[in-house]
Every structure is written in C-alpha cells, then in structure tokens.
Write a protein that binds this ligand. Structure first.
Ligand code: ZN
Length: 368
C-alpha cells in the first residue's frame, strides 16, 4: 500500500561532522565539507520542515563491504581503506582522503540504497538522500571530482544483483558537471537511461558531448544536454523539452535524480546563474511525470552543490515541490539574470540533439 504523501529524508550525523579536510593545509582545500550538510539541516530546521508529519527521517542502510565490490574493484576499495588509515592523503588533485573517508563513502552508498529501496518498497512516496561525499564522477577503479564511490551506480547494481530488480531505471543528472562515472557504468545498458544536463566549457579532453549516445544495446539511452556557462533559470528548464518525451517513451519504473545544485549563481565551482526557483520548477515537472508514468516513484540523491548559502535553499525548494507546497525564493536571490539568457545557443543544442535522437526515439522521428 502506498503511504500517501510521505517523503523520506535520509540523514545521518556523520554526514554533517565527518571527513573534514585537514585545514589549513593548502593541498587539502576543498569545498566538499561537513558544512554542506550542516547548512542544509539548519535551514530545514529554520523552515520547520522537521515538524511536518509528512516527513519520515530514515537512516542509511548498513551495508557490507561486499556491496561496494559490485561497483568498484578490490584494488580501488583497498586503496581507499589504506589511504584512510594514513589519516590524510590525496587520491588525485581533487579527492582528499581523511581517516573517515572510507567509512563515510561506504555510508553514502547505504544512504542512496535506502532512499531508493524505501520508494520501491512504497514505504515512502519520494525520497531525498542528504549524503556526502558525492558520487557521480567515480569510476569502477578511481575517484575524481570530489567523488570516492559511485553512490547511484552502486545502488543500481545492488538492486540488480542482490534484489533481482530488473525493471527500467531513469537517471536525470542535474549537477553542473557531466557525470562521467554514471555515464560509463550504464553506457551499453538498455535498461538504464542516463540523461545529463551540464555546463559545458569545452576544455580539451572533456567529455559530455551530444553525440555520446550510448553503445551496443544501450544506443540512444545516454543523452547529454550541455549548456553554456552563465545559463539562467529559463535556459535550464529547456532540457525538459527533450527529457520529458524521452521519459514518457522509456517508461521507467523509478526516476533517480543525481541532485547536484552547483549551477546555483553563487556556487564557487559551477559557472551558471540559476536561482532556487529552477530547482523548484524542475521538481514540480519531474514529479508530475513520475506520477503519470511510475506511481510517483522519484528519488533525489545529493551530488554537488558547494554554496553554503545556496545549497540549503535549493534543497528546501525541492522539498517544497515534493510536498506540493508553494515556494517563494528568498529575498537575497534578488538578482535578475534573465537578460543574460543563452536561449539562441540552447535552441541550437536542442535541435541538434533532437536530430540525433530521432534515430532512437519515436517522439523525435522526422515526419516525411
Ligand atoms: Zn558538480
């Protein structure tokens, strides 16, 4: 039986206290800190969200180490364990390791699994996992871009291999950065649709182009929607004109949002100009689609978002949309970026992408 209007929120004190980069060591400067989750919890408290009886607080699932092996190699897992035992290390130029890293990254996987399982089991209608470190850049044998283990990929492989859950899954990745890890895990998998909207700054060696469409049986099921830097609220929502028909045609059993909020205008890493309204409107739209096609089974898994001012507000805007409550952006988001719209460039991306997708999706089939 569906538990009406109950939203699951996966939280754990460790996410707001552990894996602090060892400042003031300059090599360890990182925006991926416990303050991210602390700021979200404080803001949700301030907004009285925890008094809402439609909110169900859930703990991450306790997982065995063997679960991580579904998505990562023994060598890589052992490396993270070893580096954690050193108490402070750098995996590569962007991933710092502390004594807590292995345990917290493992717990983040458990958080993502809990968020997804609780929706599939209809314990809650939708869920949001407030976990860190993020995961969408992590590969089978390597972390990058602040990510250690790939929380979403690991959760999906857990569903597939441990629960025999073989239904179709859609991932919509709204983080500012291309989720190269997620794309690679499912590039040839026809049962997982990966759709990423990301800022594209055309640095040599980057991936995330529109012509990366998947391979083999997965052809057409990897969709990239790169947008220019400085894109604004209206520009962002344009991707739904491609994502919506694809989702309705694909008809997944669940929709997972790789929920990064680093397109926010004051984010120190992303270069877009979104306000929290974008995330509210996006959630309204995606919830409606989920209700139409998959009994509202929608799961948000936190990825990036490093503005301690913006991240809490964006998460709150998503929660308000899930609760079907009104949302007004806070007074400090007074800036009007609309004149900076990148509409022309985004229209070009949209029409090129529709053209490419016409080979795989009847929604975009060319009429003779
Ligand atoms: Zn990001």
């Amino acid at each position: 039986m569906i538990n009406n209007n109950i939203i699951g929120l996966i939280i754990d004190d460790d996410f707001s206290s552990k894996n602090e980069p060892p400042y003031p060591h300059p090599l360890f400067f990182s925006y991926e800190t416990p303050l991210r989750i602390q700021s979200i919890i404080l803001y949700l408290e301030y907004k009285n969200l925890f008094n809402d009886n439609r909110l169900k607080l859930l703990k991450p699932k306790e997982i065995e180490e063997s679960i991580i092996l579904l998505a990562h190699t023994t060598y890589y897992i052992d490396s993270i364990k070893y580096l954690s035992s050193l108490e402070s290390a750098i995996l590569n130029e962007e991933v710092f390791i502390t004594k807590d890293s292995f345990k917290l990254a493992k717990k983040a996987i458990g958080g993502a699994i809990k968020a997804i399982e609780s929706v599939i089991n209809k314990d809650v209608c939708q869920s949001f996992a407030l976990i860190r470190p993020p995961g969408h850049h992590a590969l089978r044998e390597g972390g990058s871009g602040l990510c250690i283990f790939n929380n979403i990929a690991n959760s999906i492989l857990y569903l597939r291999k441990k629960l025999n859950y073989n239904k179709k899954i859609a991932i919509i990745d709204i983080d500012n950065h291309f989720g190269d890890g997620l794309a690679q895990y499912f590039y040839e998998d026809p049962s997982v649709l990966y759709f990423s909207i990301h800022e594209f700054d055309f640095i040599e060696g980057d991936i995330g182009f529109i012509n990366e469409l998947g391979a083999g049986e997965g052809l057409g099921k990897n969709i990239n929607f790169p947008i220019p830097m400085n894109s604004v609220d209206d520009d962002f929502l344009e991707f739904m004109k491609i994502a919506e028909p694809v989702l309705r045609e694909f008809h997944p059993d669940i929709i997972i949002i790789a929920a990064g909020f680093d397109m926010y205008y004051s984010d120190p890493i992303g270069n877009c100009l979104l306000t929290s309204s974008s995330y509210y409107k996006f959630t309204e739209k995606i919830l409606k689609i989920a209700e139409d096609i998959c009994e509202g089974k929608l799961i948000f898994i936190l990825e990036g978002g490093y503005s301690l001012l913006g991240l809490p507000v964006c998460v709150y805007s998503v929660m308000q949309a899930l609760f079907k409550e009104k949302y007004e952006r806070p007074a400090f988001e007074y800036l009007d970026f609309s004149k900076k719209s990148k509409k022309n460039e985004i229209d070009k991306i949209k029409s090129s992408l529709k053209n490419l997708l016409s080979n795989y999706w009847s929604s975009f089939k060319k009429k003779n």
